[in-house]
Design a protein around this ligand. Structure first.
Ligand code: SF4
Ligand code: SF4
Length: 150
């Protein structure tokens, strides 16, 4: 008789029940959360731009100051399970937001596909698509609003 297939942790645990390794493995490495965002003061709507934090190593989608990131970039907030009510600002592809909204991980997520490359191959990551924020004056950021991240 065949054994029942065990469900993966992200389908059985809430974010605050996950181990640290499980939590970390949810990050797909897309770096979409490192893009600069603009907020409509009247509606509170968030708009993503193609301007990436200056500390992002764009070709690898890695933070160059990861250990000191909150000191280097005051806007950079580390994600924690207790802040789940704030995850609405995360991209709608982000695993933390998906799980917090009761959704499953997509096929291209490294935990499902088995490789970190799918996030780049399918165009979810920001690799080769962005400009460092310090190369554009802040008054021009509005011109950099994009629709490929929501
Ligand atoms: S948007 Fe989410 S999945 Fe992508 S890098 Fe940021 S935390 Fe990780
Ligand atoms: S400091 Fe690092 S993690 Fe934070 S937004 Fe910049 S590149 Fe991303």
């Amino acid at each position: 008789m065949s054994q029942p297939v065990e469900k993966p942790f992200w389908q059985t645990k809430t974010l605050d029940e996950m181990t640290r390794d499980e939590w970390e493995s949810l990050c797909d490495g897309c770096a979409r959360c490192c893009l600069r965002k603009l907020e409509d003061e009247d509606t509170g709507d968030i708009y993503y731009t193609d301007l990436a934090c200056r500390y992002l190593q764009e070709d690898q989608c890695r933070c160059s100051v990861y250990e000191n990131r909150s000191e280097k970039m005051l806007d950079c907030v580390g994600l924690k399970p207790e802040h789940v009510y704030e995850f609405f600002w995360l991209p709608n592809t982000c695993a933390y937001r998906l799980i917090s909204e009761g959704q499953d991980l997509p096929e291209w997520h490294p935990l499902v596909s088995g490789t970190t490359e799918t996030v780049h191959l399918i165009g979810i990551s920001v690799r080769n698509r962005v400009i460092a924020d310090n190369r554009v004056p802040e008054e021009d950021w509005e011109e950099h609003i994009i629709n490929w991240v929501e």
